[in-house]
Design a protein around this ligand. Structure first.
Ligand code: MD3
Ligand code: FE
Length: 225
């Protein structure tokens, strides 16, 4: 009996979201863009994400200056990030529910550690995962991530759903910004000298993603405590 031909699994997996196979590109001295790295994990990530968001739904936080963040936010892990009129900070309890933030799903940890390792940061053990949700028009203004206790650990970001244009600046607000399109399944790892660089996200364009619909979800893994 003739064996049926093996389907081109790898090609199929990447065809819809990525014109190219997974790759690693250095975008800063100690920053790496891992194109498509998360794609093989998506099937396990999405149920874990849904479960997490049932316990800690997205909310629109207020900045100390009184502006509402256009991205919806949630967190999981020991620490979660909050913003209100009093300031920005990490907390152990979700202010919305009064409960501890949902635990970080095992698949989140595994992916974050694997991606960090790929960028030369072995043994990454994040205690916080921020979950940002962008709908068309939502953006993230240029900022630095400075609320973590120490800057010695990298940040790992996982992009899911609609594509976004990421802005990667320098150490001064006015420095020239590099534009990096981030697609479903892409991971970026920022560490070392790039850890405090200004960054932001341009307003999300309209579109529909096969698995996520009309939104982009970004997971950022941090060692915050
Ligand atoms: C570069 N999120 O949550 S992830 C954030 O796509 C945030 O949702 C954006 O900026 C997003 O704080 C960008 C990428 C990111 C995160 C932290 C960084 C890039 C970074 C820290 C230093 C340099
Ligand atoms: Fe940030």
């Amino acid at each position: 009996m003739v064996q049926p031909e093996t389907p081109p699994v790898t090609l199929d997996l990447f065809a819809d979201d990525h014109p190219q196979p997974p790759s690693r590109e250095r975008i800063g001295e100690q920053s790496y863009l891992l194109r498509g790295f998360a794609l093989p994990w998506v099937e396990r990530l999405l149920p874990a994400l849904k479960h997490t968001l049932l316990a800690a739904p997205f909310r629109h936080m207020i900045t100390p200056g009184g502006f509402t963040l256009s991205a919806g936010l949630s967190s999981c892990g020991t620490l979660g990030w909050t913003s209100d009129r009093a300031g920005y900070r990490y907390t152990r309890l979700d202010p919305l529910t009064g409960q501890p933030w949902p635990g970080m799903p095992e698949v989140f940890r595994e992916l974050a550690e694997a991606a960090a390792g790929e960028a030369g940061f072995s043994g990454f053990a994040p205690d916080a995962c921020l979950i940002n949700c962008y709908v068309p028009g939502a953006k993230m203004s240029l900022h630095q991530d400075k609320n973590e206790r120490s800057y010695e650990h990298p940040i790992v970001s996982v992009s899911l759903g609609l594509p976004a244009m990421f802005l990667f600046g320098g150490h001064e607000r006015g420095d020239k910004r590099q534009r990096v399109p981030l697609l479903h399944g892409d991971i970026v790892v920022w560490g070392g000298v790039d850890r405090l660089r200004y960054h932001g996200v341009l307003p999300l364009k309209h579109g529909q993603h096969r698995q996520l619909g009309a939104q982009r979800i970004n997971l950022t893994f941090r060692t915050a405590g």
